[in-house]
Ligand binder design. Structure first.
Ligand code: SF4
Length: 261
């Protein structure tokens, strides 16, 4: 049996074997096909689908994130409908101290979606994501890959500012993240760029540090997820900018490759 056939037909079985051993991801060679969740759950005896070649870059496959989307409303929600449903949200303890809900902004059909952590003081004041110093740096990053802010969609895990910009707490993330997942389902980006620890760990259901998650594509609901450092972290650690530049170059090149198909 050729190695390509083994990867195409038996990868789901191998993944299930690795899961109890604690494995959270595997590397998939560039020429391998990645089975969809539907393929991994097909009934015994059903004809195995033929693997199709992909032009995708090397990628990792996480196990847990698919179920996060299982109970969402239908796939035809619009961003406006999701925002209307969020309303004047009081679902967690951040509501009393916020000035504005920061829902998200940008192109609702963007190829590229950025997911950060939570609004800061400037964002809370204006009701828009990434408008402070970190936001200005994010704008430069976007422009460095030949895109404009209005081309992409930008939002956060939390829609309200934690007091004193403290870290998000698990009950707040649990209350707010369904709206993020609905935003992702509505925008259907080709690439999701998770900014910083909370963005990446929440989307991937992992505790791996951002330093290990960043820099490589991860399969994510038919999109590619690239984790990288948060712009606020770069303001404190400017010598890390080179790594972010490497990460966003991969995003730029992948999106270019899709456009040229
Ligand atoms: S952080 Fe999210 S869940 Fe909590 S009040 Fe704000 S919008 Fe609602």
């Amino acid at each position: 049996m050729s190695s390509k056939k083994t990867v195409g037909n038996e990868l789901p079985v191998h993944l299930e074997l690795y899961r109890p051993l604690g494995a959270r991801w595997v590397n998939v060679p560039q020429t391998a096909s990645v089975p969809t969740s539907r393929e991994t759950t097909r009934t015994a005896g059903a004809a195995a689908p033929q693997p199709a070649k992909t032009t995708s870059p090397p990628t990792r496959v996480f196990f847990d994130h698919r179920t996060m989307f299982d109970e969402l409303p239908g796939p035809h929600e619009t961003i406006q409908e999701i925002q209307a449903d969020l309303g004047d949200c009081r679902r967690c303890k951040l509501a009393p101290s916020r000035q504005h809900i920061v829902f998200g902004s940008g192109n609702p059909q963007a190829e590229l979606m950025f997911v950060g952590e939570a609004p800061g003081a400037d964002e809370d004041e204006q009701g828009l994501p990434f408008v402070g110093r970190a936001g200005q740096l994010l704008t430069k990053i976007i422009e460095a890959i030949d895109m404009k802010r209005e081309d992409v969609y930008i939002c956060n895990i939390l829609k309200c500012r934690p007091p004193e910009n403290r870290n998000p707490e698990s009950d707040e993330i649990a209350a707010c993240e369904p709206f993020l997942f609905r935003q992702i389902a509505a925008v259907k980006p080709r690439v999701i760029c998770a900014l910083g620890t909370f963005g990446a760990q929440t989307l991937l259901r992992t505790k791996e540090p951002i330093s290990r998650l960043r820099g490589q594509f991860i399969d994510y609901r038919g999109a590619k997820l690239m984790a990288t450092f948060h712009p606020a972290y770069l303001l404190r650690n400017p010598n890390e900018k080179r790594k972010v530049w490497e990460d966003v170059q991969k995003i730029r090149d992948y999106l270019r490759s899709l456009r040229s198909l």
